[in-house]
Design a protein around this ligand. Structure first.
Ligand code: SF4
Length: 336
């Protein structure tokens, strides 16, 4: 157990957690919504510090990040827990176990060890992923600081529900983030995730201000968030924050508690991609349909094919010194 960061001590032994925008008010002996932060006698503790439930070496493209150290490996870690309760969670067996089964599992794994293993595995970054990094913030924060000392970059794969205080705290150590923008309606966020849309939009804006490289992902679920006007609103929002932000539109498959909805047809993703490009976004990618031309990177200026992908693998990268070899325009991203 580790004393939490970013919380207030209140009267009668209560505490207020300021890590995510639920801002839970927690009485003694109780936990917050994420079920991995507990008030013990007026002090808030993280129950998952140093307790990794999942560790893997992944291609950075799996996060997905297509414009950040392409072709590199990312050392990926997670603890159990999440501050959302998405009905379609693809990692529910680890994200929801504290809430669904009142269990916290994981192996003892120190921050120093993570960084050493990342170095030994020739990883250029550490990704805090699979579950929501905000809820294991102290663990991620301490690891991220050590990683920077060793020249390793840090990546959050996140639902974007952290508070501005949290983002500003990790900001100096956070190099890139993929933020899930799951829909553009309050009803979707309330009914499907148990959250509110506006806070995610604020986080994306703030990440850009803090100089974090941001890519956005929307998992498109038939009948729930696939209306063209909603996709248009997402594209317009991203454009307003930055036309260089890559938008990944990816295919849903039935999972967890959302088993009555069909897989997303490829046609829907192609339509979403068209909407994004027509709205002025420079890079829009189709995900979860390997072999689709929407996985490739094209120059936004002259349309030259720049990076060819097959799923998470790069088969050809023609970008040189971050420039398009055909027209010479700068392609957005980090070390392309
Ligand atoms: S991190 Fe957990 S305890 Fe803290 S505000 Fe969010 S859900 Fe509540």
């Amino acid at each position: 157990m580790k004393e939490a960061m970013l919380y207030d001590k209140l009267k009668e032994g209560k505490v207020k957690c300021n890590l995510c925008n639920h801002r839970c008010l927690i009485s003694p002996s109780k936990k917050g919504i994420c079920a991995v932060r507990e008030n013990r006698a007026g002090t808030l503790y993280s129950l998952v510090y140093g307790s990794a439930v999942s560790t893997n070496v992944d291609p950075i493209e799996k996060k997905p990040l297509f414009h950040f150290l392409p072709g590199s490996r990312s050392y990926s870690i997670a603890t159990v827990g999440c501050n959302f309760k998405c009905l379609h969670c693809q990692n529910s067996e680890i994200s929801q176990i504290p809430r669904d089964h009142d269990r916290i599992i994981g192996k003892n794994y120190g921050c120093k060890e993570i960084v050493e293993d990342a170095l030994n595995c020739n990883c250029k970054s550490i990704s805090y992923t699979y579950t929501e990094p905000t809820i294991f913030f102290e663990y991620a924060y301490d690891t991220a600081k050590l990683a920077h000392k060793e020249g390793i970059k840090n990546v959050f794969v996140t639902n974007g529900y952290m508070t501005s205080e949290t983002l500003k705290t990790i900001g100096p150590y956070l190099d890139a983030a993929n933020v899930d923008l799951k829909a553009f309606s309050d009803d979707f966020y309330k009914d499907i995730c148990g959250a509110k849309l506006n806070f995610i939009l604020d986080s994306i804006r703030l990440m850009k201000e803090l100089g974090v490289w941001v890519e956005v992902t929307t998992l498109i679920i038939p009948r729930l968030n696939d209306r063209e006007d909603e996709l248009q609103k997402i594209a317009e929002f991203i454009k307003e924050v930055g036309e260089e932000i890559p938008w990944h539109v990816s295919a849903f498959y039935p999972t967890y508690k959302l088993l009555d909805y069909p897989r997303t047809p490829a046609k829907t993703l192609h339509t979403a991609r068209e909407i994004g490009l027509n709205a002025g976004l420079r890079y829009v990618y189709c995900g979860n349909i390997p072999g689709d031309e929407g996985e490739n990177t094209y120059c936004y200026n002259c349309k030259e094919l720049l990076i060819e992908r097959q799923g998470y693998l790069i088969s050809k990268n023609r970008v040189k010194d971050d420039l398009c070899p055909a027209c010479g325009v700068k392609i957005d991203g980090i070390d392309l």
